[in-house]
Write a protein that binds this ligand. Structure first.
Ligand SMILES: Cc1ncc(COP(=O)(O)O)c(C=O)c1O
Length: 348
């Protein structure tokens, strides 16, 4: 059997036992709370992993982009949510082609978005499920509270749209009052809400505090990353993704360079660095150039030699998956599977 020692660096390893444990635990948590679980595939973009999530109990998947959803529909997934405003005629045509193929749900936060969905669905003579996206304290997309009823009403009144409920991201406890107000307004307007889909790692953490949420949509939990550790969502041992890298230069006592730069680890950072080196927990990755991680080993008792192999828990696992053609599933030192990142680069 091939082992990790046979792999060239850099490469991205997934500890399958940790991943399976993460999948089991999240599903068990949702089961206990009586919430549906929906796996957001943006973290791995690999159909085989999504099947594990569905076979463990997920009601379906979420994809962030139409092109991702196309890959997963082709792989046989039949309950797909796209929590995203789909805008533009070509994209809408593709969306409706997909809606003919699978049970598809999208979200909308604006009357103009609903109008585009409504006319595309009518043009294709195909029904489309649409949720209204409620804005949160994150201040990303999402309708303001006073726009929830008009947006939902436009969905209800469109000949080919079915109102599928309220979507909220992230469904953290600080958004509960707003959600309650939105639900109360919808109820006063006589609009029935079938499902309330929340999400994100913070939403999973706060799930007990958000009884209104009927479905949790989470992605990062499957691998976890250094951001998740820093946010207190998980422990380092819960991180399934490790970038295997080689120390390729040690120009002086404190500095070292790994053969994994921004094209491998991504430039995402919260300002604290670019990942955690498992073997040298006191080291810091202070900078990335395209093919080098610039490491500061000054706080470490022992320091690596040129040629030494190290493993980096990346800051943001989802963007790392999107940078690689393959992720390698391992158990201990054994290489078990080479997954193709099937929806890699699907951002359209
Ligand atoms: C709409 C939506 N839902 C769910 C998620 C998954 O969140 P997380 O990566 O925290 O699991 C994201 C992530 O960006 C998102 O944008």
């Amino acid at each position: 059997m091939m082992t990790v020692h046979d792999l060239e660096t850099p490469c991205v390893l997934i500890d399958m036992s940790i991943m399976e444990n993460n999948i089991r635990q999240m599903q068990a948590r949702c089961n206990l709370l009586g919430k549906d679980f929906r796996a957001h595939i943006k973290t791995h973009k690999i159909p085989q992993i999504a099947w594990v999530q569905v076979l463990t109990g997920a009601v379906g998947i979420a994809c962030q982009k139409v092109s991702e959803a196309e890959v997963f529909a082709d792989a046989g997934f039949d309950n797909i949510q796209i929590p995203y405003n789909i805008v533009g005629e070509r994209k809408l045509d593709r969306l409706l082609a997909l809606a003919k193929q699978t049970r598809l749900t999208v979200s909308a936060d604006d009357l103009a978005v609903v109008a585009g969905l409504a006319s595309a669905a009518a043009r294709h003579d195909t029904r489309l499920r649409v949720m209204v996206d409620l804005g949160t304290t994150m201040r990303r997309t999402g309708a303001a509270l006073d726009q929830i009823v008009p947006t939902a009403r436009a969905i209800v009144q469109a000949s080919h749209l079915d109102f599928a409920g309220v979507l909220i991201y992230p469904s953290t406890a600080d958004n509960r009052e707003m959600l309650q107000a939105a639900l109360s307004n919808l109820s006063d307007a006589g609009i029935a809400v079938e499902s309330i889909s929340g999400g994100g790692m913070g939403g999973a953490r706060d799930a007990e505090l958000m009884p209104e949420v009927t479905e949790l949509r989470v992605g990062t939990y499957v691998f976890n990353d250094w951001n998740s550790v820093r946010a207190g969502y998980c422990a380092p041992d819960d991180c399934a993704m490790r970038v295997r890298a080689t120390v390729v230069s040690r120009p002086d006592a404190d500095r070292g360079f790994l053969d994994a730069g921004s094209k491998t680890l991504s430039s995402d950072t919260d300002g604290s660095g670019y990942g955690h080196i498992v073997e040298y927990p006191d080291a810091r990755i202070v900078r990335l150039s395209e093919e080098h991680a610039h490491c500061d080993f000054s706080a470490c008792q022992s320091r690596p030699q040129v040629g030494e192999i190290v493993h980096v828990i990346p800051m943001h696992t989802c963007v790392v998956s999107n940078l690689h053609d393959h992720l390698i599933g391992v158990r201990g030192q054994d290489v078990i599977i080479d997954w193709q990142v099937k929806a890699r680069g699907c951002v359209v």
